[in-house]
Design a protein around this ligand. Structure first.
Ligand code: ZN
Length: 144
């Protein structure tokens, strides 16, 4: 919204200051200003529609966990390159639930003073990923 540079500056500050917290949260007023989205507004736009896009985020996680072990911070940075700004407070519960649901399995590894949790995909996860890829193609063929 080019008419409100002060609002954009304020929003950037909020996002940067709360990098470790729940980045999904965004004020409704700001959401309206994102209706005309540009490339640089993609993270804000995906945050506004996080419930809608949650499945896609989980598919990114499954995809990478099928190629190599992943851990939370790496996944947060990877998702950011795709326009998803997730905080640890959003991603970690998502990973935990995917593990409870049998899509991921994890192991812990000590790295100096911290213990890092690594995830990889399970057979059920591979099956789910294959089904989702097929359905994504189905959707793309119809919607584009
Ligand atoms: Zn990716």
């Amino acid at each position: 919204m080019s008419g409100h540079p002060h609002l954009q500056a304020a929003r950037r500050t909020v996002w940067n200051d709360h990098g470790g917290h729940d980045n999904w949260r965004i004020k409704a007023r700001d959401a309206r200003s994102d209706m005309n989205e540009t490339k640089k507004n993609v993270p804000e736009a995906t945050a506004v529609h996080h419930d809608l896009l949650g499945g896609l985020v989980r598919l990114h996680v499954l995809h990478h966990a099928s190629e190599h072990e992943i851990y939370g911070q790496w996944m947060i940075e990877e998702l950011a390159t795709h326009g998803y700004r997730l905080s640890a407070g959003t991603l970690y519960p998502m990973l935990h639930k995917m593990e409870r649901d049998g899509y991921l399995t994890s192991r812990r590894e000590r790295d100096g003073r911290t213990v890092r949790k690594f995830y990889k995909i399970t057979d059920k996860g591979r099956e789910g990923l294959a089904v989702a890829k097929r359905q994504l193609r189905e959707f793309r063929d119809e919607a584009e």
